[in-house]
Design a protein around this ligand. Sequence first.
Ligand code: BGC
Length: 760
Amino acid sequence: MRMTGRSLLNNDLNHPIKMRKIILFCILLGMTCMAKAQSLPVYLDPTKNVEERIEDALQRMTLAEKIRVIHAQSKFSSAGVPRLGFPDFWTDDGPHGVRPDVLWDEWEQAGQTNDSCVAFPALTCLTASWNPQLGMLYGQSLGEEARYRGKNMILGPGVNINRTPLNGRNFEYMGEDPFLASRMVVPYVQGLQSIGVAACVKHYALNNDEEYRHQVNVVVDDRALHEIYLPAFKAAVQEGKAWGIMGAYNLYKNQHNCHNQYLLNDILKRDWGFDGVVVSDWGGAHDTEQAIKNGLDMEFGTWTDGLTMGATNAYDNYYLARPYLKLIQEGKFTTRELDEKVRRVLRLFYRTTMDQTYKQGFLCSDAHYEAAQKIAEEGIVLLKNQGNVLPIDLHQAKRVLVVGENAIKMMTVGGGSSSLKVQREISPLDGLKARLAGKATVDYARGYVGDVTGNYNGVTTGQDLSEKRSADELIAEAVSKAKAADYVIFFGGLNKSDYQDCEGHDRKSYGLPYQQDRVITALAKANKNFIYVNISGNAVEMPWVKQVPAIVQGWFIGSQAGVALASVLVGDANPSGKLPYTWFKTLNDVPAHRLNSYPGTWRADKKVIDETYKEGIFVGYRWVDKDKTKPLFAFGHGLSYTSFDLSNLRLSQKKITENDQLTATVTVKNTGHRAGAEVVQLYVSDLKSSLLRPKKELKGFKKVYLAPGETKDVDITIDRSALSFYHDKLQKWVAEPGDFEVLVGNASDHLPLKAKFTLQ
Ligand code: BGC
């Protein structure tokens, strides 16, 4: 007879000799465990509280060991404490995939064969999805790739506010609005850290342009600082519980931000209660005493002269290395500040390298490609669709012409530190060819020549983009092919080369480079089914906007670029992305430029460039409302292949007190013939205030998915924080009693539903 587990156990226990043996075994096991537990020092005992373990480890460390853990030992790693069993700590960029390994002390490739990754869409695209769940998916997927690669910290995400469309790094950030950026950064951080990989939120703070980034001293009023530039960092710290934050290169109040009393000690650590590590941006530390006193915990990338050029293997000469040790030995400093830094570093170790509970992770898994594609499809924004040119009608499209360098150019190589070495990157042209195979012929014309190089730190695209024909010849070819096509799709925009969407510099002008305007105008004349897909992380000038019927913002979307773009263009995916920044018509419409407050004024005495943010809190759509400028495309704008009706806005209460929450409910109906998603956006307007406030500010949103004809009620809840402003005299957030209005719709310039309420 077959015995069940239970009867087997009963049977065993009923046997007296076996029973005695089991008891003896248990006693011995218990004694061994107790002995082991007793011999385990507190710092290694996982049953002990982390803070206790930190203190125990700290008092066992020598001065030299303490100094060693607070600065780099290679381009991307810092030392652990081998004697005590703390492994080395490895960081890596960030934020769109895990950067390939470079040599110990060189920027060139280490030449590994296991560091080709999945490139996820740039953070601008993630943010344009207005879907926080995708932030979580992004963080988790990236975390798994990082974990597999043995990285303990990802240098990202970035949340510097888009203040000027010229900023070379906007593509790595989360748009212009502090609320949107906050909602999107928190799940990214949580997702990443749930895999055991620390986030290092960057670049804290006020690093809103790249030109002269080591010299710019930002002068900004306290309201703009707290209302616009800090909220996403604060959310990442307080809600996301980020384990790391990276100081920015630039200065604030004449102090470098990697050792800045106001930003690091006062705001980040004291006011926000940040318990993680402050990491310097690579080469962002400049002075030992300031680094000791002003909040820096881990110094990276310095070399000897304070910049990123200098002697090799100079790690012992870092500001927080021998020079610091010397100051302690000379009695100029006690170990008080050092211990505080080491505590934070040890906390980071316990959260990452010393936590054995995390799984190993995966590289280039199907799930990661799927995640990258989903994020891309939800982030692509349909800006214009006159005459419903899109989606491409597969019954009519027999001959599709693709034009433009960006249809074939790899975009994952370049752009600075976020550059990647990918396992694959599907170009828009290849994506369309695959999707249209057997349905239409896909022809290609170059149209223009941009930048044919493709190399970053030794990673080469291997693409031969050389082209001998003249601009006129290329346009003539494209136009003649366009005349014979059913659809013409032009992939243009920017790329990841210097002075484009790339770290280190800003763009020199707002217009499209490489004379693309000429090609676009000619193609728009040649074929009425003309679609312009803009590949960039920034807005660009579109003098031809009226002549082009369909415009898509395609971002830099990584490995699955071509698949995701093809799926949106043919309508497999219904676009649901919304702009995370205002698309101004001209550069002069952008407040930073209109007010002549970019890139600042050189001050020879201090060797800094004062960049005064004259527009204050009026960035992006806040400026549009104030100045009554009409942008080309508003913040929050994005079309769909279906239509939605928003109606019946109702509020849970008409009067609320300081501690109440208020829920706005709105009914959304898909009135078209395709399934799709709409982003319900809620803005708050303070009808009367003692200080000047923006006309409206985004304070809630929800993405809702609806089948054709389907209706859903969407709830958005706000609280006092949605009504508050930063009172610069009182130096705190204040919600003034009085009347407010909620404005609900699907773009900052389309908010047809309104309801008033009173804060008592
Ligand atoms: C960039 C950082 C990056 C670091 C390491 C710096 O130049 O500003 O964003 O994480 O390099 O590559």
